[in-house]
Structures are given as structure tokens and as C-alpha cells.
Design a protein around this ligand. Structure first.
Ligand SMILES: *[C@@H]1O[C@H](CO)[C@@H](O)[C@H](O)[C@H]1NC(C)=O
Ligand SMILES: *[C@@H]1O[C@H](CO)[C@@H](O)[C@H](O)[C@H]1NC(C)=O
Ligand SMILES: *[C@@H]1O[C@H](CO)[C@@H](O)[C@H](O)[C@H]1NC(C)=O
Ligand SMILES: *[C@@H]1O[C@H](CO)[C@@H](O)[C@H](O)[C@H]1NC(C)=O
Length: 170
């Protein structure tokens, strides 16, 4: 690859990284992803939540049988006891597909009404501040955000371009 082509490669990689960076801030997380991909019973959402980070700005996406379950945000006491009598927020829209914005760094507690909480439809998460955004260089593929899979592609491009440049100098 010629020097000009290499420079174009680097430019494209930097541009890709720049366009993709704004997305790093937020992701929509499907509740139960990888463990049934749904809001239901007989899933241990405590175990599920241990596999995830929940950052301020992310969304929870509840997909479920709209004729049976619901999505109620409750306090810790009502989460523990599956009490759906006084939800803090009723996120149920009736479509069986509800999106909950996580916009405060604090614990959030969700249960389903209609008794399904007792069958396991209960979720407690802790929302944290997002990790510091990756510094301008897309080469820092080991930066905290990269494991979330969003700057990996530009990083691969950039590393490929650098490798070409390196070969060009030899
Ligand atoms: C879910 O898993 C957690 C952690 O292993 C455990 O403490 C809890 O009892 C489990 N809950 C249910 C309902 O099995
Ligand atoms: C949750 O709300 C119930 C009813 O309003 C109240 O009795 C309970 O003390 C609250 N628990 C917490 C941890 O705030
Ligand atoms: C929550 O809202 C849904 C849809 O409006 C409604 O059917 C349900 O009764 C509400 N549940 C509670 C506990 O308020
Ligand atoms: C968080 O989102 C809820 C629901 O959209 C909204 O009512 C609330 O004002 C927001 N809080 C902050 C701190 O942005």
C-alpha cells in the first residue's frame, strides 16, 4: 500500500472513531439478554445483572408478554417483598416493550405486578457514572469503554493502517 493510501486509511479510521464516539455514552440493554432475552419468570435477574454495567444515560428495554407481566419501579422494601401496591413509577405502556431511561446514579428496583414478581420477575440494579470517554486517539484499544464493543472496529482499522504505515517505512 502506498504512502497516500496509508494516510487515507488513517484518516478514515480517525473519522470512523469520531462518528462512533457519541454512541459510547449510551446503550439500550435488553433485560435478560442471554438468559431468555425477556422479562419473565424463572430467570434469576440478580445473576443476570451481575454480568452487566449500568451507566447513567443507558436504557433498560423490557420485552415481555403484555397480557401477563408489567414493569413497575418500586423502592427496595417493595422489591424485597414483591409489593406492587404503590409503585414509584409504572413504566407499563401496554405494548409489552417498555424502555426505561436510567438517568440518575442510584439503585433502581423493578418488579412485575400480577404476582409474577414472586416467580422471579424482579430486578435490582445499580446505575453508575459512565467510564471516562476514551481519549482522542482510537489506538487506545485498552481504554475502559472499548470492551463495550463500540470503538473496537475503528481501533482495528487504525491498527491495520498503522501496520501498513510501519511496513511502508521498512
Ligand atoms: C439468585 O441468585 C442469587 C445469587 O446467586 C441468590 O442469592 C438468590 O437466592 C437467587 N434467587 C433466586 C430466586 O433463586
Ligand atoms: C417503600 O415504600 C413503602 C410504602 O410507601 C414504605 O413503607 C417503605 O418504608 C419504603 N421503603 C424504603 C426503603 O424507602
Ligand atoms: C400500570 O399501568 C398499566 C397500563 O396503564 C395498567 O394496566 C396497570 O394496572 C398499572 N399497574 C399499576 C400497579 O399501577
Ligand atoms: C429522568 O427521566 C425521567 C423519565 O423520563 C424524568 O421524569 C426525570 O426528570 C429525569 N431525571 C433527570 C435527573 O434527568
Amino acid at each position: 500500500m502506498g504512502r497516500v493510501a496509508t494516510l487515507v486509511g488513517v484518516a478514515v479510521a480517525l473519522w470512523l472513531a469520531a462518528v462512533m464516539l457519541p454512541e459510547v455514552a449510551a446503550v439500550r440493554i435488553l433485560v435478560g439478554k442471554g438468559m431468555g432475552d425477556a422479562w419473565t419468570t424463572n430467570v434469576n435477574y440478580t445473576v443476570w445483572a451481575q454480568g452487566w454495567h449500568f451507566y447513567n444515560g443507558d436504557w433498560l428495554f423490557f420485552v415481555y408478554d403484555r397480557n401477563q407481566l408489567s414493569v413497575l419501579e418500586v423502592n427496595e422494601t417493595d422489591y424485597e417483598s414483591c409489593n406492587s401496591n404503590h409503585p414509584l413509577v409504572n413504566w407499563t405502556t401496554g405494548k409489552g416493550r417498555d424502555v426505561v431511561p436510567l438517568n440518575v446514579t442510584r439503585p433502581y428496583y423493578f418488579i412485575s405486578g400480577n404476582g409474577f414478581c414472586f416467580g422471579g420477575a424482579k430486578l435490582a440494579i445499580n446505575v453508575e457514572n459512565p467510564p471516562p470517554p476514551p481519549v482522542a486517539s482510537p489506538l487506545k484499544s485498552g481504554s475502559p469503554a472499548s470492551y463495550r464493543g463500540r470503538i473496537v472496529l475503528p481501533a482495528v482499522f487504525a491498527i491495520g493502517a498503522m501496520w501498513d504505515a510501519f511496513l511502508g517505512f521498512c
